[in-house]
Structures are given as structure tokens and as C-alpha cells.
Write a protein that binds this ligand. Structure first.
Ligand code: FRU
Length: 443
């Protein structure tokens, strides 16, 4: 079984990681915090790992930022949250989860940068759940600064994620990050978008508000966005258009970077056991979990577009340009680009006697992993109206494949665990391909 550390995606050397947390740009560096169990390759008591980068490829690991050492966060730990700058210090807002065996309590807490680490605020927990119509699922605060005040969105549910509730996004307001006013329910699923909204975010993209969340039990969807208008004062979000950020199986809990010049997001490349396609977390002998590529967001024709940030470009060296009309063999490649994808094109990537097949239809893209022997045997599809000719970018990094069409109008992230390296590429239509090798970065 092949489980190798990715070359240009973030991962931990030995540990379990899930959601990106506390994403922030500060003093010329991007900080990434993340859900971490440092003692195992399985989910466990949640810590916050911490790493910094200038280019999203070369990362410097920092000491663990949050350890679940307070009574109010035992024994499940410090769940997801976000970061914001105040008085030139990084402030972390996170969910403390107390577990009582058959029940749990989630509260929102604060930790402030102090010397080399982060100190938990004496007045924690800051926010207890508003009891009326809000279940114990009450987590993942994301803070933003808007119109002279701090606002926080928190994910929740009316009856509960597994009690068939309605997903909720709650809104809070503060002047100092310490005392918070509950503004109310900003957005409710109303039977449409799933039973609980994990990891909400509210991002200004090209002058519009984009509400994103990771919905539980919303069919085939797992990274939903809604473009709309947001009235913070009256706590009303008016939706205009909704869809998925990514149509693959492994793209969850995306979060935007506070303080970045442009709206950019990063997500966890995996999924949970309650998702319809779940067949395990993949091979986790040494480590488990990686982050997606960082993507820049924009709005085009009132839809959200997400494409890898341009700082990755310098790390990919073009090694070949070739015409493919059938099978080409012996290919070591990290990125494949073509401008010739048409409705009917089918690409096969072979890994010894295993394969994946990507099919482009006039109004959908299918990613078929049934030719792999272990972990994943499903076909995931996403709807997209292909143009006459389409640009494709495929990033292949050990156990993951991220696919982008037409500069991020459509994307799919999927994990793969074949035993062999890539051995050949086949196309059933005649296409020109450019092949790139990754050149640099994490060792
Ligand atoms: C999302 C999530 C969050 C929670 C965290 C726990 O993947 O379930 O809602 O805070 O993971 O690790």
C-alpha cells in the first residue's frame, strides 16, 4: 500500500490532522493552524498544530499552539476555529468540547499570542450556546472584521446533526473579541442544505458576500457556498446562488485566510464516515491527512470560481509537450495540462494494473476510482456545462489528484491509494498535453 507524504501539499510527518484552522496572513507569512492529534494517526483529543509559509509549498512547523489542558475542553479538546489580528497579536477563537460520555458541551473560547505560544483567556469560555432552538452542535467560530466591529459566524443545528435538525449559521458581534453579543440566526437550512453546518465562513469576494459551510447529511455535497447579500446589523443573509466549491470526495472544511490581500482558501483533503462515499480515511500507517492546494476565489457570471494561487507556478517545470492519441507510457508527472478537452474525452491514468478514469460529458465530469484495489471504489460526479474546448489542469501529488477545469470554474479533489506509481496516460480523443514535474519544496 502506498501512503507517501505529499510533495506540494501540507501534511504532518507523523500524526492525524483534519480541518485547517486559524488561517491568517501576518508579517509577511501565512499561518496555518490545524486540527491535530499528535499521538496517533487516528482522530483523538484535538490540539491545534501550527505551521508558517511564504509560498504554500515550503512550510516551517511551529510548536503546538493549543493543547486541551483546561477543564472546559476535556476530553475531546480544542475544536476548529479561526484567527484574527488585534493589537498586532494573533487571537485564536476556537471551540472547546467537553465530553461527558454520552453527551457533550461546546463553547467558544479565546487564546492570545504571547511570546512563542498562545495563552488561553482567563474569561473562557466566552460564549455558551444560545439554548433556544440551538442544539449541542455549536462549533467552529470564524471571525472577521467588518464596518468597525468584529463579527463571528458559528456553525450549528436546530435539533442536532444526527437528529435530523436544520443546519444553522449563528452571528455574533464584538468590539474587543472578549464580550460578544448574540445577533441571531444568520442563515438556516430549512430542510434544504443539511442537518448541521460545520466550519462556516463569510468571505467578501469581488464585492459580494459568500457564505461557505461544510454541511452534514446534505446528500452528495460537502463544501457548499452561497453567494448573496449580508446585512450584518439586522442579521439577514439573502441568498442569490448556491453550489459546491469542489465536486470531489476529499475537500472539506475550507477556510479563508484573514488579512490576505486576495480571498484565498485552504481545505482538508479527506472526509468523514457519515459521507455517502466514505470507505475509510485511506492508508494511515505513518500519518493521516493533508491540506488541499490554496485557491484564490473570484466570482464569474455570479458563480464562485476557485483556482490554485499563482505562487505554485514557479514550482512546476514543464518537461514535455506531446500529442496523445492513445496511450503514452512511463510517465513521471506532477501536473498535466491540456486545452483540448471536449465532451466525450476520457482520460485513463494507469498505476500498474490499477487505474482511474476521468470522463468529460457535455454536462458533467465523472471521476471513477473503481479500478483501484484498496480504499476507494466509487464514481463521483459533478455537474458542469463543458464548452467546445476546455482547459484541464490536473495536480497529482502521491495520494491526491486535484482537477480544475477552465481556470477553476469547476474542481474536484480526490484521494487515491494505488500500489504503483503512474505508469501511463491514455486519451480516447486526440489531445495535446503539457507535462510538468514538481521542482522544489518540502522534503
Ligand atoms: C469538521 C469538524 C469540525 C470540528 C472538528 C473536530 O471536520 O467536525 O466541526 O470542530 O472537525 O476535529
Amino acid at each position: 500500500m502506498k501512503n507517501k507524504h505529499p510533495k506540494f501539499h501540507f501534511s504532518e510527518k507523523k500524526a492525524w490532522i483534519n480541518d485547517p484552522n486559524g488561517c491568517i496572513y501576518h508579517n509577511g507569512e501565512y499561518h496555518l493552524f490545524y486540527q491535530l492529534n499528535p499521538y496517533d494517526t487516528k482522530w483523538g483529543p484535538m490540539h491545534w498544530g501550527h505551521a508558517v509559509t511564504k509560498d504554500f509549498v515550503n512550510w516551517e512547523y511551529k510548536p503546538i499552539a493549543l493543547t486541551p489542558d483546561k477543564k472546559y475542553e476535556q476530553t475531546d479538546g480544542c475544536f476548529s476555529g479561526s484567527a484574527i489580528l488585534k493589537d498586532n497579536k494573533i487571537n485564536l477563537l476556537y471551540t472547546a468540547t467537553r465530553n461527558f460520555g454520552d453527551d457533550y458541551d461546546q463553547t467558544q473560547c479565546l487564546a492570545i499570542e504571547s511570546g512563542d505560544g498562545f495563552e488561553k483567556f482567563d474569561g473562557n469560555p466566552l460564549i455558551k450556546r444560545p439554548v433556544e432552538n440551538v442544539s449541542r452542535d455549536f462549533r467552529d467560530p470564524k471571525v472577521l472584521f467588518h464596518d468597525g466591529a468584529y463579527y463571528m459566524v458559528v456553525g450549528s443545528s436546530t435539533l442536532g446533526a444526527r437528529e435530523n435538525g436544520d443546519g444553522l449559521v449563528l452571528l455574533y458581534k464584538s468590539d474587543d473579541l472578549e464580550s460578544w453579543e448574540y445577533k441571531g440566526i444568520l442563515f438556516k437550512s430549512n430542510g434544504q442544505y443539511g442537518t448541521m453546518f460545520e466550519c462556516p465562513d463569510l468571505i467578501n469576494v469581488d464585492g459580494k458576500w459568500v457564505l461557505i459551510f461544510s454541511p452534514m447529511f446534505y446528500g452528495d455535497n460537502k463544501s457548499t457556498y452561497i453567494i448573496g447579500e449580508c446585512d450584518f446589523e439586522h442579521c439577514v443573509f439573502t441568498p442569490e446562488y448556491s453550489s459546491e466549491i469542489d465536486f470531489g470526495t476529499d475537500y472539506y472544511a475550507p477556510q479563508s485566510f484573514s488579512g490576505a490581500e486576495k480571498p484565498i482558501i485552504i481545505a482538508w483533503q479527506n472526509g468523514w464516515e457519515w459521507m455517502p462515499w466514505y470507505e475509510g480515511f485511506g492508508c494511515a500507517d505513518v500519518f493521516s491527512g493533508s491540506m488541499s492546494l490554496v485557491r484564490e476565489l473570484s466570482i464569474k457570471d455570479n458563480k464562485l470560481v476557485s483556482k490554485p494561487v499563482s505562487s505554485y507556478d514557479k514550482f512546476f517545470k514543464k518537461t514535455k509537450e506531446l500529442k496523445v492519441d492513445g496511450e503514452i507510457e512511463g510517465t513521471s508527472v506532477s501536473k498535466i495540462v491540456s486545452d483540448d478537452i471536449t465532451s466525450g474525452t476520457e482520460l485513463q491514468l494507469k498505476f500498474g494494473d490499477e487505474k482511474i478514469v476521468i470522463s468529460f460529458k457535455s454536462n458533467e465530469v465523472l471521476f471513477d476510482r473503481s479500478g483501484l484495489k484498496e480504499y476507494y471504489s466509487n464514481i463521483k460526479s459533478g455537474s458542469y456545462n463543458l464548452k467546445e474546448k476546455n482547459n484541464l489542469e490536473l495536480y497529482i501529488d502521491e495520494n491526491s489528484i486535484e482537477l480544475f477545469i477552465n481556470d477553476g470554474e469547476f474542481s474536484m479533489s480526490n484521494l487515491i491509494f494505488p500500489n504503483d506509481e503512474l505508469t501511463s496516460i491514455t486519451s480516447n480523443t486526440s489531445i495535446n498535453l503539457s507535462l510538468y514535474e514538481f521542482d522544489g519544496g518540502m522534503k
